[in-house]
Design a protein around this ligand. Sequence first.
Ligand SMILES: [Zn+2]
Length: 421
Amino acid sequence: MDNKPQNIEENLDPRDHRVLGRELDLFTFSDTVGKGLPLWTSRGATFRRELERFVVDTELSWGYQHVYTPDIAKIDLYKKSGHYPYYKDTMYAPIDVDGEEFMLRPMTCPHHFELYLSKPRSYRELPMRIAEMAKLYRYELSGVLSGLTRVRSFCLADAHIICADADQAHKEIASALDLIDYMAGVFGLKMGENYKYRLSLGDRENKEKYFDDPKAWEDSEEILRKVLKERNVEFVEAKDEAAFYGPKIDVQMTKMNGVEETAFTVQYDFVMPTRFDLKYIDSNGEEKRPLVVHRSSIGAIERIAAFLLEHTNGALPVWLSPVQVKVLPISEKVMEYAMEVTESLKKAGIRVELDTDAESLGKKIRNAEAMKIPYMLILGEKEAENKTVSLRARGQKDLGVMSTDEVLVKLNREIKEKIII
Ligand SMILES: [Zn+2]
């Protein structure tokens, strides 16, 4: 746990995401808005939006349905789910609305269950994978708030998979781990190196913290253990780290400062289906109780953004970079051509900026490098005359002279294939 208050930034590692966030102009905080409530700048929002699009598009193609549910709900909903009072200490005080108590939501599950309950369900609809980029609110002590990794408001790539039976749940858990591995792979993160699995178990003795049903705990812990064994991966088991409604597989990542954090989770739930009286009609026309798998594909957007910034030292791949190309005219004489090139890239959907400062080329390059912009187009009189550009990659790499169209082909390929440069 990072105990440094976020306003003290002296002695921070230059690779710390709080330093990178400020230097690359991605996010900020305001004491007037409140501690632990990040404000994303336009650049930061672009990075975040690309992450969110990637999550939603990938999940849709993996058979998830994406929904929207409100950030606030009646306290009765959390009493029904049992999150209240279990999670009372991490929830904010109720808000009085016309004499009724409402809570800012600390989790999405009960909202998705109510959506499931909106009509009768058939076995044909299962497994039903209900996903949402969900804004959540949790109380954290001000001393533990830290940049984007510990915040009081965050957006979780959340989903609840309603499964017909344990067999289906088993398959869905394995598939959720496949999805996590796939997404982590796109970010260049390797299993065993950048993240590892932890099987988080309950504690039969602690009947206050965990739902009291020893048999259900044994069975579900065994299912999760089996899923992990089938993957032939190393994993650790941790007692007393489960959710109150069931065991989970945590994907643990280690931050720059050496602190291990739970980034994503896949949880088995044998409690909520009964609490919410979830049902479906099986192939014989009989009413059955489904099982629920809670899972997150990339965890909280804030946390994965922080992790990726530190992992890449701010040098994000082209598809995630707030500005993908910087156009650097050598002199005022080629400004018109520089504007023309900038415009054509913008029209082609590239995030491009034109450097109009009256600085030397060396200074312009240093500025673009400092902002970790992946590509620079250097334009002199020769380029203007031949309608070409001189392409330079981040990190002092001169890639030669080419046409704007050739640059576009290269960029589009790197963006589409999410290439790590
Ligand atoms: Zn959930």
